[in-house]
Design a protein. Sequence first.
Length: 367
Amino acid sequence: MTDTEKMPRPREGVLDIAAYVPGKSAGTGAGKVHKLSSNESPLGPSPAALQAYAACAQNLALYPDGGSSALREALAECYGINPANIVCGAGSDELLQLLASGYLQAGDEAIYTEHGFLVYPIVIRANGATPVVVPERDLTADVDAILAAVTPRTRMVFLANPNNPTGTYVSFDQIKRLQAGLPPDCLLVLDAAYAEYVRRNDYEAGLELVSSFRNVVMTRTFSKAYGLAGLRLGWAYCPANVADVLNRIRGPFNVGMPAIAAGAAAVRDQAHLAKAVEHNDVWLPKVTMAVEALGLKVTPSVGNFILVHFPPDGCRTAAQADAFLASNNVIVRRMDGYGLPGALRVSIGDADGCTAFLTALQTFMAD
């Protein structure tokens, strides 16, 4: 190798990581674009959050509170938990990265399900560990399959509940069974990014388990129901032993001042959150039934999106539908990266966005 060819070399395995590709934002047609590709809130942020965000403008020369105290206090009040057990981050993605950094190393294994969030294999591989992918049952996490994959090297299990992109969920009884079956030195990470939308009596996001055991963490986000995706804000509820680890390795000012202020205001405006959830309660079944009426299969979803499956005969494919929708400025999400090339994920948007999607899809299916 010549001097000109020499360069810093990344750690082994880093170049094996497939970079995360976010949903598209631009259409190919003229006029208004309806972005239904990233599961954002169509109602946007709470007015109180916007006001709190704007009020920070005069103080931007100052560092934020390194402990995100105002936000942790607001979350503690809302959920009745100890603020000392809350760690905040730049989106729940950062917290997933911190958990992997704190608990995984070369030789370790970490489990996730076959259609789980694509960030999981990224953070696992980035820390030298081996990702172990387990099969799902009917596009739903299978607790028995997860437990069967546990070995002496298993140090972490990532479980999105509800899952993105399928929209399916695992009942609290099954989550308790999963925790009980894991070794005490294996960390169970419950990624509850869509918890606010779930309307099922047998669902629990993870607060009770985290309060009861030392090997369970729950992560949450402000990017979905709270409408603050642009601020990159998330939080984790952890046992004291895990919170201590995360606070040792996170950045000293990892959450910006405007995000802390807006997040705290959003948490205290539960009326606005209720409106966002009510909107989803109306449009999720409406869109689901309309798509099914066109002869397409929809995976039952408890989130703010649906997974639409196109027939395997190839007459009308997901790729063709995606291109047609984009030409009508309706932007949805291809699922090839999740091993579902025959499906599209569609976020529940505002009334205009949902109507535009259904109109364009109906035209596509009729051609």
